[in-house]
Design a protein around this ligand. Sequence first.
Ligand code: XIL
Length: 371
Amino acid sequence: MKKNIFKKSLLGIMLPAFFLAQISCAQKSVKTLKTAYKKDFVMGVAIGTEHILEKDAKANEIIKSEFNGITAENIMKAEVIHPQWDKYNFDLSDKFIELGQKNKMYITGHTLVWHSQLPPFIRRNNNKDSVQTFMRNHIATVAGRYAGKIDSWDVVNEALEEDGTLRKSVYLKTLGEGYIQEAFELAAKADPKAALYYNDYNIEQPAKRKGAIEIVKKLKAAGVKIDGVGIQGHWSINTLNLQEIEDAIVDFSKLGVKVAFTELDLTVLPNPWDMKGADVNQSYKNSPQMNPYTAGMPDSVGVVLAQKYEDLFKLFLKHKDSISRITFWGVNDGHSWLNGFPIRGRVNYPLLFDRNYEKKKAYFSVLNLKK
Ligand code: XIL
């Protein structure tokens, strides 16, 4: 009898321990994007306010289990973080950093100098001193506050036109082309440890790529710190050009900088005007032809999307030594900015997780490249 009790209590201890061990083993071995690509590059995701405030349990789970990098989709842009001359708004950005630290993630600050999403007082300012003061204060204050906590900064965003010349932004018009160098110098001073990136869309395309190469070369020649080039990667399943992307990876890495794909998504919707890229100021009218999949994405389109993502990630893996990070621009299809850009009110399917947070075929085509 005594023996039996002993046996039972021993079993009582051993069995749960055995099952716990099984569960923790299973947890460890669950393959997710970040575990599968751990040795290759950071797998990042752009997150919005609802994610930073951890309001959405399903999204939280995906962000934490699938990704090891985060970028702030909007809340570190000047119009949000620096709305008035002497007023900064750090509530959400502080929480964004805490979230990244808590989950041991690679944190990207987006973005210090950009012509878009600027506060009204600077948007159309044509006074050199004002714009210079704004830029200096902005970089010193924002990058300074998070010094040592941010892993990389998109220092200058979208400074180029499609032909590779400099964009006629408020910065170029008031400060001249030297503003790019000054922005990088100020960022390096404010946060010496962060990796500093030049970020843009369509810079895989030859003419614009040439412009980006010039920017990197000039900074390097002047002895200014620049660590990488961010290719945004807002592409389409209909026009994805792998050769250009490969050429761009090779060209940029020859300059001695890393390449990151910073805002990856693949639109599945038609763009008959052949509008390439992501100029946020472009917008067009909605119509049934432009919004064909309101009832769901057809399987045939899902297959193409999965194939394009597979092709892309094969290329990324081939060049993994040159690539630091791949960041998806949004958590799931419902969250994607491509439901509103370049036409408002469409239903798009550009990411790896669907509106119900389920993994799409495209998710598995990326994951299964890693055995
Ligand atoms: C987009 C955001 O995703 C949208 O929510 C916002 O309304 C507009 O900006 N290039 C960039 C990003 O560098 O900051 C843009 O993000 C997409 C294009």
